[in-house]
Design a protein around this ligand. Sequence first.
Ligand code: URA
Length: 281
Amino acid sequence: MSNKVEIMEWYIQAGVDICLEDKPIDRFAQSLEEKSSQKDTRKEQPLSQQKEKTPLNRRSSGTGGQERVVPMKSGVTVPDKASVDTAVEIAAQTNTLEELRTAIAAFEGCNLKRTAKSTVFADGNPDAKIMLIGEAPGRDEDMQGLPFVGRAGQLLDRMLAAIELDRNKVYISNIIPWRPPGNRTPTPQETEICRPFIERHIELIQPEIIVLLGGSSAKTLLRTSDGIMRLRGKWSEVSTKHAAVRAMPTLHPAYLLRQPAHKRLSWQDLLQIKQVLDTAN
Ligand code: URA
């Protein structure tokens, strides 16, 4: 095997499975530049100011509220409680979907944004009665900037069609708006940082029904550690600061692609959703 192939395979295993730019970006050089410019600025500052950091650069040490700065080796700061607080504040200030979209796109408190090409906000009809929420964009979604456009998305479209719905009749988003590298599972910290945005999103859409696609979405928004097999098929409630919405957790279409025999379970869930929508009409 040639060295090139080995290197490519090594990249793929590390989650680098897509080219985002025409030319490579040397992140190591960038982080060295950042470090040396930080040193230069600090040299120019009086000692008393040298410890000052912006809130996003602080990390809780877990020792009685004192905070400690923990930059990652690459120079990227680990997201923390301060990022969650900032997200809560920013999300609360938005009054329209466009404001929310702009606020998320400008938010720098989640490391996932650094490796993603797009901020994947939503697709579908903002006036829909039904809002579907997945986990996070995958590779195709990151490329196109829209949720559920890859293989799982195509299956989702077929599932919707089975109960006479399509993207003009539903609204679709994700808990996390940035693709985790290599489609890894988002960390609990990343999820908590993004939670204020999806909760505000729900408040702005005001759906009658939420469909939670997969365990990650269901656990996050129902604030439970129960698995999707226990949660699915039972009506529950998503509560945000200003809203409480009826919610149906169901199996994620990506899971159904791997376990097609479980499509019958998701069909049962879809029928329940259809029944509630028909009754509401
Ligand atoms: N899986 C998700 O959870 N969301 C998407 O947008 C695509 C795949």
